[in-house]
Design a protein around this ligand. Structure first.
Ligand SMILES: *Cc1c(COP(=O)(O)O)cnc(C)c1O
Length: 331
């Protein structure tokens, strides 16, 4: 494996910090807790998609694209980071936003990430929920090509074997930090959605033979579906790099923290977001990292992670969406 063989543009502030969370750990009453600050990747309020976009937009630039198309839910952090990356590279951004989350107020479509999408100069295309978003992106690409533009389509969440390279690299980065600090990691935990983060981490950890379990806290799909999807992407990513693919049994997913559905708040998410903010001054988000942290805290309570262990939570970002959930977070 030699990542420099793959086209890349530099967008992220790397390495992101690796920090201890002593006050949150004391409250949780179990293992030592650490956080990998991928909320601090730097691009228009940061997040995990920036690592993937370094490789995806590396490919786009190599192909001579002048426009980036991507898709996501209304409050998508991925879409916002893609739009900001496009601005930085002088590309136009066309964003397809799906009304995936039912019964949110009017401001849901103008505040938080949507405001940032507009600020960085992207064009927004709103769509009803439940459509095939990659087909929508394909249709828009054809339309733009007819106008003489050269679009590059970034898949939802930036999750394909190119985007996942960003998290293969992240696995190497975080292991180097743990080694430097002399911390033996017993587990890595993070929120999983479009699968690129977990797939990339699994491939990177397997390639280094580090034997650290990676727990994905699902924010959308049920466990077996998510495991299949993560594994499928891990296999194609490993093949791209010529390294051994992680086995299916190494894909760990917890689906008990989704609540009523994607983007819909749970009381445990609100409690986790508040605890991280009050105890550590850290901002987690309502859709992803807050549910991920709620999962971690519950797994500690259930004795899955215990005293004497070291657990790393990958903070994947998302705080820009907090403002779209003001009511629930205040209540
Ligand atoms: C997209 C996202 C995730 C999930 O990462 P995937 O690679 O899509 O599984 C987690 N947290 C935040 C804040 C995100 O925006």
């Amino acid at each position: 494996m030699h990542l420099a063989r793959h086209p890349r543009v530099r967008l992220a502030h790397l390495p992101t910090p690796f920090e201890e969370l002593p006050r949150l750990a004391a409250r949780a009453g179990g293992p030592r807790l650490f956080v990998k600050r991928d909320d601090c990747t730097g691009l228009a309020s940061g997040g995990n998609k920036t690592r993937k976009l370094e490789f995806l937009l590396g490919e786009a630039m190599e192909r001579g694209a002048d426009t980036v198309i991507t898709v996501g839910a209304i409050q998508s952090n991925h879409v916002r980071q893609t739009a900001a990356a496009a601005a930085r590279l002088g590309l136009r951004a066309e964003l397809i936003l799906e009304r995936r989350v039912p019964e949110r107020g009017e401001r849901y479509e103008s505040t938080g990430n949507v405001l940032l999408d507009e600020l960085v100069g992207a064009r927004l295309h709103f769509r009803p929920g439940g459509l095939d978003l990659s087909a929508e992106a394909g249709a828009l690409a054809v339309e733009l090509e007819r106008e003489g533009r050269k679009p590059y389509v970034v898949p939802g969440g930036g999750s394909n074997p190119v985007g996942a390279l960003g998290y293969v690299l992240a696995a190497r980065e975080l292991l180097a930090q743990a080694d430097e600090m002399g911390i033996v990691l017993d587990a890595i935990v993070h929120a999983t959605g479009s699968t690129g983060t977990q797939a990339g981490l699994l491939v990177g950890i397997e390639a280094q033979n580090a034997r650290i379990p990676v727990h994905g806290i699902s924010v959308r799909h049920e466990r077996e579906r998510q495991r299949q999807a993560v594994h499928a992407l891990a296999v194609t990513t490993a093949r791209k790099l010529g390294v051994p693919a992680p086995g299916f049994e190494s894909v760990i997913v917890h689906d008990e923290y989704v609540g009523p559905g994607y983007g819909l708040p749970t009381p445990e998410m609100v409690a986790a977001v508040r605890a991280a903010a009050e105890l550590e001054g850290l901002l987690f988000d309502p859709v992803y990292s807050g549910k991920g942290l709620a999962g971690l805290l519950d797994l500690i309570e259930r004795g899955v992670f215990t005293e004497g262990q070291n657990v790393l939570f990958v903070h994947t970002g998302g705080s820009a969406a907090l403002f779209a959930y003001e009511e629930e977070l205040r209540a």
